[in-house]
Design a protein around this ligand. Sequence first.
Ligand SMILES: [Zn+2]
Ligand SMILES: [Zn+2]
Length: 178
Amino acid sequence: MQQHIHEGRCDCGHIHYRMIDQPLIVHACHCRACQRQTGSTNAVNVLIEKHKVELLSGEVTEQIVPTPTGYGQQITRCAKCKTVVWSEYLIFAERRGAPVRFIRAGTLDDPGAFPPDVHIFTSTRQPHLNLSGDVPVYPEFYDIKEVWSAESYERFRKMKRENGRRLITTTDGSSVSI
Ligand SMILES: [Zn+2]
Ligand SMILES: [Zn+2]
């Protein structure tokens, strides 16, 4: 397990966090929102189960901004320096039933540990970027089942099972999960 722990921080060092498993997948996202939010050509997002990101110290602020899907994106920043450390696209939790956190790769202590597995929303990529390598390119989004590794897809299914589970109290007072 130890080798799976990666730590990260905001620019001022107030926020310190760690991820306790390998990513599900790493996106290079070339959508216009990521370009504007990062002021760059694209965001590199390390996707991992929400509960596998631990805030070790510091205070965050959260803000929900609209997205084209209508579900919104919750952006988490350092309360002091306002660096974005991660975000969540609420479509994952609310429609897909799987709360996934998108860590901004540049905030990791070793950002080069997770190169992109896939380029997405390349229909709006900056034309000077050469994406002719081996990494798959999708003009918009993709089918998770086709693109994620079998192991990651199983983790996705597990998240959905756990997220969808409800505790109910039966007439004899005991709790069961359904
Ligand atoms: Zn900070
Ligand atoms: Zn994006």
